[in-house]
Design a protein around this ligand. Structure first.
Ligand code: ADP
Ligand code: MG
Length: 260
């Protein structure tokens, strides 16, 4: 029988707000404006997931689907140093979907020219390609940074939107199944309307709503809104959770990743 594990975020305050961190067998989403730390949190989790349980980790490997080209091994190494783990080893324990297979690189090259569904199908193929990795039972975290980037390419009609939302729904259901089946934390980042490049059609009306509409809202077990606070401070607000009240926590971004 699989046991649920929590992965620490690197911030004690944020962990406390989340009852200890992000849980395996669940789909988690952070959304917020540009530079509020979504990618930094993804990097931090990718290191902490590997740590012993006493350190807030899950002793697992990590799969990282990077749809925006913002993954930086150098950041992984810096964060690894904070936790006293071998930086090279920390990188080796991360399966980086975009760099790893030629098909993915090809897809990335096509994003701006191909029909949007091609990019969406490719995102699905990347996910399916990870299934054998997950089947080894060594993995505890799947990062998707970001979930909507490949869906936000220009499109023309409402018909296409519904088609795409359907594809998104399929992708998210697969994520949820994998989270359960393979005891993974699925961690997705998402944009809000104020993000440069975010398609207005996928965003909410008030600029604070995540892209992806109700399909994404239903798919995420836990949703956090990230925003800039005073000075270096960032604020995470729990918007939706099966076991936490709506509450806020502050964190900062450091060389060693997310911290208090
Ligand atoms: P998002 O993905 O939400 O757009 P990021 O996760 O990329 O945002 O966070 C960007 C922020 O992280 C920037 O404000 C940047 O200053 C900060 N940051 C990036 N690297 C470091 C570092 N090594 N030390 C401190 N802060 C950093
Ligand atoms: Mg980012």
């Amino acid at each position: 029988r699989k046991r649920c594990i929590r992965i620490s975020t690197g911030s004690k305050q944020l962990d406390a707000a989340l009852n200890g961190g992000f849980q395996t067998m669940s789909v988690n989403e952070v959304y917020g404006e540009f530079r509020c730390g979504k990618t930094q949190l993804a990097h931090t989790l990718a290191v902490i997931a590997q740590l012993p349980k006493e350190m807030g980790g899950a002793e697992g490997k990590v799969a990282y689907i990077d749809t925006e080209g913002t993954f930086r091994p150098e950041r992984i190494m810096e964060i690894a140093e904070r936790f006293g783990v071998d930086p090279e080893q920390a990188c080796e324990n991360i399966s980086y979907a975009r760099a790893q297979n030629t098909e993915a690189s090809l897809a990335i090259a096509h994003i701006h020219t191909a029909h949007p569904l091609t990019a969406i199908q490719m995102q699905m193929e990347l996910l399916e390609g990870l299934a054998p990795n997950f089947a080894t039972n060594e993995y505890r975290l799947l990062v998707i940074d970001s979930i909507m980037a490949l869906y936000r390419t220009d499109y023309t009609g409402r018909g296409e939107l519904s088609e795409r939302q359907q594809a998104l729904g399929l992708f998210l259901r697969r994520c949820a199944m994998m989270a359960e089946e393979f005891n993974l934390v699925v961690f997705m980042t998402n944009q809000v309307m104020s993000d440069p490049g975010a398609s207005a059609m996928f965003a909410g009306v008030d600029g604070r709503k995540p892209a992806g509409g109700h399909i994404l809202a239903h798919a995420s077990t836990t949703r956090l809104l990230l925003r800039k606070g005073r000075g270096e401070e960032r604020v995470a607000k729990i918007m939706d959770s099966p076991d936490c009240p709506e509450r806020e926590a502050t964190y900062i971004i450091t060389t060693g990743g997310i911290n208090d």
